[in-house]
Design a protein around this ligand. Sequence first.
Ligand SMILES: *Cc1c(COP(=O)(O)O)cnc(C)c1O
Length: 446
Amino acid sequence: MNHDRSRELYDRALSVMAGGVNSSVRATKPYPFFIQRGDGGHVIDADGNRYIDWVMGYGPLLYGHQIPEPVEAAVQSHTAAGPIYGAPTEIEVKHAEFVARHVPSVEMLRFVNSGTEATVSAVRLARGYTGREKIVIMEGGYHGAQESTLVESGGGPTDTRPSTPGIPDSFAEHTLTVPFNDPEAAQQVFEQHGDEIAAVMTEPTLGNMGIVQPVEGYHEMLRELCDDHGSLLIFDEVITGFRVGGLECAQGKLGVTPDVTTFGKIIGGGYPVGAIGGQAEIIEEFTPAGEVFQSGTFSGHPVTMAAGYEYLNYAAENDVYGHVNDLAEQLRAGITDICEDQAPEYTVVGSDSMFKTVFTRDRPEDGDLCEAGCEQRESCCRYDYCPKTGADVADAATDRWERVHWQEMKDQGVFLTANQYESQFVSYAHTQADVDETLEAYKQAL
Ligand SMILES: *Cc1c(COP(=O)(O)O)cnc(C)c1O
């Protein structure tokens, strides 16, 4: 494959943008390919090379690069009408009504411009609502580029420090970390700090850490701990929202009701978006209804709202989730078989339209049961070791993973994320042929 044009663009980018990119994960080695355009489930790079795209913009693109007609029409008419006004529009109300109708815990919403902004605002809301300062998060969880959650644990839950320069130690002190799927650790942190904890914030499924499924009863236990101590349970559904569990989101699938939910990615229909939803009593703490300040020039942008609303509405009227979940299940099962034959040290994880291959090195003894509730439980219990915490995934990361899954798959025309942390996504534009070709490429690469 020729990449001359991408290389040239990257050289130019390096002199005007830090690391040559506007989001760190895009700086793949030795240089990223620059995209010229999308086509269905594929992308075409600046040199004209075509790839099957399982990155899907890191999650938002439920329809791939093939925008459903009503979405395109709504975007065009809202663009043509003059994009923003500094005054409310009907489409914001329609979108909020749709989400409130479908997501069990949501009565009311505030739209913002990114998943990061949603989690920042949710943390402020929880602190304002409860009058408490501490928040509990999961090791290996990801909530965007925000001060309260860019922390790492030095061992215990209170031994947190910033995970990046630029954040004062005194900020990190207010964040407590526990390992995902560890009920005792959560109970302990509540025993010691229960009356200081404003909220527990967690992804229902860790989606930025190789995909870690919750063990049975874990979220129910968090729900109970929060109820017992007057803390809020925040589900960060920026990835899982309208992907896992369809229109009810992961909370509907799990049957656990959070107090507050953060959204992003899919609900903007491919445009920048975030949202904070929950019971009216809590969401109405935001200004101007309540006292917790929240505001944004571009919030509820009509073009984004139109795209997001039509995106979801299309999924309500067509068998979108059936299609994407079926293709993803074929990929998970197919890759599991290939790994069993050729590379037993890889584990296939995921559910719904998410999949990922994680290099775990070990396989369980025969008869060991997987405790994680992953969907291919049967094959999982026979062949695989499912990660249960973020640390399980991090421990297994290697250069080898990157060489096989990024370099070799890319050379065969399959675009995957370049590390073993971020999930792959199936879209409505993907076809049976894409699945077959991808499995063939896995056979070669592994
Ligand atoms: C992507 C993501 C975010 C951050 O969203 P941005 O739009 O990138 O700011 C937050 N939480 C989760 C779970 C995410 O996957």
